[in-house]
Ligand binder design. Structure first.
Ligand code: 3EB
Length: 334
């Protein structure tokens, strides 16, 4: 069973039975009402040769599919891809909890219930998008509200143990629902941390009442394959943002962090070593005006595996860019 990802301009053609699902990226994309797990990341693309792109997750055999508590999912063998979109308006604003917190807690509860029912307990990679991520409501920044709901669900499902958090990212869009896409499997992910950074679960309280739950990277090993997922990676050293207001500095630091995660991953890799220049990357750019500088700074280091630049808000107001990446290697069965 091989899991492949492919980036192609939209329209990307019809999905085949062996496709697990997809992510659409572009300023005007919307998820088709087909019941397939397709995440719409409605955001401008910067410097892209087409107005919209699709990242397709392809498996190697027929899939089973379903809908469970608002999650659209497809499963091939022991790999499952799912997408849940929750409209915050469905969560009571009059209640004590901010609607985004309630929505994120509910979304993760539903994801964990699905994974329990499918007997695929291991979350590998999660992509979180929400509107107005840096806005403050209910006395708390919305990203921090999201973190409270996420952590409550992880704790309720006894999934909060250090060392097994999935790789993840969390970005802000101009609007739209809370949208979460996830890959899960039967085998645990090997969590990778970054020695240059404090683990996110140990961030001090000045970054919010509850810590974010994610690891800096994850190695997953479907049969015959080793995949490296690098989480959203920004200009953070220790737990602090460095180079605020300095795009070139943030590019250097984010690249150094990606390099450090790759080096850590290579201590655990069982295939060949992963290299920076083979990564398929998504780069999130807060201000479109910074795109040329960011592209020029990153291009010499990244890109052989493909880079898509997406305009989105990073989860700290002082972060100007974030890099996420992945790569796949074939591996002998062990
Ligand atoms: C950071 O390092 C930057 O909340 O799931 C990166 C990756 C970030 C994942 C998440 C947040 C998340 O803290 C932000």
């Amino acid at each position: 069973m091989t899991l492949r990802f492919r980036l192609s301009p939209v329209p990307a053609g019809r999905h085949s039975e062996s496709d697990l699902g997809a992510v659409l990226l572009g300023p005007a994309v919307s998820a088709p009402a087909t019941g397939w797990p397709i995440q719409a990341v409605r955001a401008p693309l910067l410097g892209a040769p087409a107005p919209a792109f699709e990242e397709t997750w392809q498996a190697a055999g027929p899939c089973v599919h379903g809908a469970s508590e608002g999650i659209a999912w497809r499963r091939c063998g022991d790999i499952l891809f799912g997408v849940i979109d929750l409209d915050e308006a469905g969560f009571d604003a009059a209640a004590e909890r901010p609607p985004l917190q309630a929505a994120s807690e509910a979304a993760y509860h539903r994801i964990f219930r699905l994974l329990d029912a499918q007997n695929l307990p291991h979350l590998w990679r999660i992509w979180n998008y929400m509107a107005d991520i840096n806005a403050e409501t209910h006395g708390l920044e919305r990203y921090r509200q999201f973190n409270v709901g996420r952590q409550d669900a992880f704790i309720a499902h006894r999934r909060s143990a250090a060392g097994n958090a999935p790789a993840a990212c969390a970005l802000g869009l101009a609007g739209g629902p809370l949208s979460i896409a996830f890959l899960a499997g039967a085998t645990p992910a090997v969590s990778i941390e970054n020695p240059r950074q404090v683990s996110a679960c140990d961030y001090p309280a000045e970054y919010g009442p509850r810590a974010p739950i994610f690891s800096r990277g994850a190695l997953v090993r479907p049969p015959g394959q080793e995949i490296l997922f690098i989480s959203g990676t920004a200009s953070i050293v220790g737990y602090r943002t460095v180079h605020p207001g300095d795009v070139a500095g943030q590019c250097r630091e984010a690249l150094a962090n990606v390099g450090s995660v790759v080096a850590e991953a290579n201590r655990a890799a069982r295939s060949r070593p992963f290299a920076l220049d083979e990564l398929a990357c998504r780069v999130y750019v807060r201000h479109a005006a910074d795109f040329p500088a960011i592209r020029d700074a990153l291009a010499p280091h990244l890109g052989a595996g493909g880079v898509l630049y997406v305009q989105a808000d990073i989860c700290r107001a002082d972060l100007l860019l974030e890099i996420e990446a992945m790569a796949s290697h074939p591996m002998e069965h062990d």
